[in-house]
Write a protein that binds this ligand. Structure first.
Ligand code: ZN
Ligand code: ZN
Length: 148
């Protein structure tokens, strides 16, 4: 699986003559272990717990650099833009209840057939977005709502 890796990023940063600041390292460390497809604001909040002076431009610049290097991907499954440290081909499940976006392995989906697509395009990749209620939200909707 191709996934954001701090050690690899550090060597790329060095090779490009850039500086790895503690804030940048914290952003990458957070993304590396995060499986919730965080937004830029969520990343900013998380990194600010560690480095309270981390600025919005630092987060956005770091995300843009990582994206440019192909180390993270943007995900548009539920607005706003989210960031994905998993750059292997995979699908997403979007919970309509809590808006959480989680990875779905291609191994868990029967591959669709593209043979009958009009015009016979050569398909190089595809991504399936599955929408519904995650396990947690199913439990919640099964119980009596406090706000009913
Ligand atoms: Zn949910
Ligand atoms: Zn993903």
């Amino acid at each position: 699986m191709e996934r954001l890796d701090l050690k690899r990023v550090e060597s790329m940063v060095l090779a490009q003559g850039l500086k790895m600041t503690p804030q940048r390292r914290a952003i990458i460390e957070y993304l590396q272990k995060c499986d919730t497809h965080p937004t830029a604001e969520e990343i900013l909040q998380a990194v600010n717990l560690q480095f309270p002076m981390t600025s919005r431009p630092t987060v956005y610049n770091t995300l843009n650099w990582l994206k440019g290097e192909g180390l993270i991907r943007e995900v548009f499954e539920s607005s706003p833009v989210r960031f994905d440290p998993n750059t292997s081909p995979h699908h997403h499940f979007v919970c309509e209840g809590c808006a959480r976006v989680s990875d779905v392995s291609p191994l868990d989906i029967v591959p669709p057939s593209f043979a009958s697509l009009p015009g016979g395009p050569r398909v190089e990749s595809y991504q399936i977005t599955i929408r519904g209620q995650c396990a947690g939200c199913q439990q919640q909707s099964g119980s009596v709502s406090l706000f009913a």
